[in-house]
Every structure is written in C-alpha cells, then in structure tokens.
Design a protein around this ligand. Structure first.
Ligand SMILES: Nc1nc2c(ncn2[C@@H]2O[C@H](COP(=O)(O)OP(=O)(O)O)[C@@H](O)[C@H]2O)c(=O)[nH]1
Ligand SMILES: [Mg+2]
Length: 281
C-alpha cells in the first residue's frame, strides 16, 4: 500500500522525543490493543533503550479479553511490564498508578534510603490515535494539578501530578507511525493512526478485505450478507459495492465509498472485536 510519507518528519519528531526523554525517569508507551505490534515504533524502542517502560494496551474494550491476555503473557515472558486498559473509563487508574510505582520501585527505594522522597516523572508516548490524550485525562482528571515548571532539566515543560510522587508530562509525545513493513503500515492505517490525506482509502479498504478473506472471518462476511467466502479480494469488494449500491455510474463501483463503509464498520466494532496483531503470529 502506497503511503505518501517523508522521512524528514520522522527525524524531526524523533529529535523532539529524544529531548523529552531527557526530562523523565520512565515512559508510558501507549499502544492500541488492536495492533500491539504495529503500534510500536522500532526507532523509538531503540531510543528508550533501558529506560523503565510501562506498556499500556489501550482500547482493550475493542478486543476480546482472551486475545489481549495472549499479549499480556507475551510481554510477561519478556519481562516487559504492561497493563490493559480502557482510557474512557476511570476504573483502570489505580492499576496504572500501582504499575508505575512498581516500575520505578528501585529508584524510589534508592532515594528513600538517603531520606529523599523521589518524584518519578513519566512521558506518555505513542503513535497517533492510540489514546494518549484520553489516557492523560483519565489519569489526571480534567482539573489537572499542575505542578509548575522547574528550572533546569524540566524547563518549558508542564507537569501534572498523578500520585504523591508521580508526575506526568502534560503533553503527550506523538510518535510517527513506522512504515518499515507493509503489514505494519496497513494495520496502522486500519486503526486510524495514519492520516487519510497521505494514503489511498480505496486501497486500504481492499487491504482490509484481504485481511478478513485470508482469515475467512465470519462476522465480516455476515455483515455484508456474502454467502460464500471465495473470490479475490477485489471481487469481494465488488460484491459489497453492488449490495450497498455504491456506484459511480452504471458501469463503475465507488470503491472509495465502499472502503469507507468497511473501515467505518471495522472501527465502530460492527465487524466484532477484531485483533489485528495476534501475539503468536
Ligand atoms: N473505545 C475506546 N476508545 C478510546 C480509548 N481511548 C481513546 N479512545 C478514542 O480514540 C480516539 C483517539 O484518542 P486520543 O486520546 O485523541 O488519541 P491520541 O492521538 O493518542 O492523543 C478518540 O476518539 C478517543 O475517544 C479506549 O480506551 N477505548
Ligand atoms: Mg492527543
């Protein structure tokens, strides 16, 4: 799938991220639960190196519990700390705070031994649309306890208090989506992390059809009342366009409209709870 993409943007965003990392003790890496592998940016992974990181599987209301449980196991096996949340609900707040304290336990204890109450600072980062802003709102509430700027290391940055000794950088770090392979690019686009202006919507719709066709994914075929799952993705797309009456004129289907309908159905869960990246694939 062709994406109109300029590497220069990536370089600039990464430079800003490197700067933000200097001001924090740990990272809250927000991933979309539907695409846990694809919503990581390998260049950023490299940049955070050994800095303590809490991986948030956000939007877990959009996937099956059993699918996300596989990913939790995958991360646990690699000793990477993760937590599955739905940022639109505040009931996960306590768990996130507790995991953050767990993540920074060593440094908190080291300072405590010297009689210092260490304030842990975290950067919320992730590719667009994974729910970083929603998460910050959920964790800190709308009435943010702004802790003010501190000269020196944190100059120009706004911090909000999350717990007695935990602060978040108020503005989330938006990572550029990585298009280092086709699968990742398509899935990032499917979850809405790629700006529509830089891709071909009809082509993305066709990729979505291909995804469901390869898996013989029942809810997809049921949604469009397609009796059989055979045929090339384009033929399936034609059938959907025909059934919905999406025509440009009497001889041509409106692929863009068809694609939009499919993507909208996917994103609004009308095709069920679709996990794009499986832990064992
Ligand atoms: N279903 C669901 N939607 C979410 C969740 N978190 C965020 N969203 C939605 O995802 C979209 C992007 O969220 P936003 O916080 O702006 O993402 P950001 O670009 O990472 O800051 C918004 O429409 C949110 O309402 C979640 O946990 N579950
Ligand atoms: Mg945001």
């Amino acid at each position: 799938m062709y994406i109109q993409w300029y590497p220069g943007h990536m370089t600039k965003a990464m430079r800003m991220m490197q700067d933000s990392l200097k001001a924090v003790d740990c990272v809250i890496y927000v991933l979309d639960a539907r695409a846990i592998r694809s919503s990581r940016n390998p260049a950023f992974d490299k940049m955070i190196g050994s800095m303590p990181t809490l991986y948030i599987f956000n939007k877990c209301d959009m996937v099956e519990r059993s699918d996300v449980a596989e990913w939790e196991k995958y991360y646990r096996d690699r000793e990477e700390l993760c937590v599955s949340v739905n940022s639109t609900s505040s009931k996960f707040r306590a768990e996130v705070v507790s995991k953050l304290l767990q993540l920074n336990k060593a440094v908190i204890e080291k300072y405590a031994a010297k009689g210092v109450n260490k304030t842990v600072r975290a950067l919320v980062a992730g590719v667009p649309n994974t729910g970083k802003s929603t998460l910050i709102n959920c964790l800190c509430g709308s009435k943010r306890a702004v802790t003010g700027n501190r000269p020196g290391v944190t100059r120009g940055k706004q911090w909000v208090r999350l717990a007695a000794n935990v602060e978040l950088l108020d503005t989330p770090g938006t990572l550029p989506p990585a298009f280092d392979d086709e699968v990742r690019a398509v899935r990032l686009a499917m979850i809405g992390s790629v700006k529509e202006e830089i891709l071909d919507v009809a082509e993305l719709g066709l990729e979505a059809v291909k995804f469901f066709k390869e898996r013989e994914y029942k809810p997809f075929f049921e949604r469009y009342s397609l009796e059989d799952t055979s045929g090339e993705p384009l033929e399936i797309m034609d059938k959907i366009a025909k059934k919905r009456g999406f025509l440009l004129n009497k001889d041509n289907f409106d692929y863009e409209r068809t694609a939009r309908a499919i993507l909208d159905d996917l994103r609004k869960l009308r095709l069920g709870k679709v996990m794009l990246d499986k832990a064992d694939e």
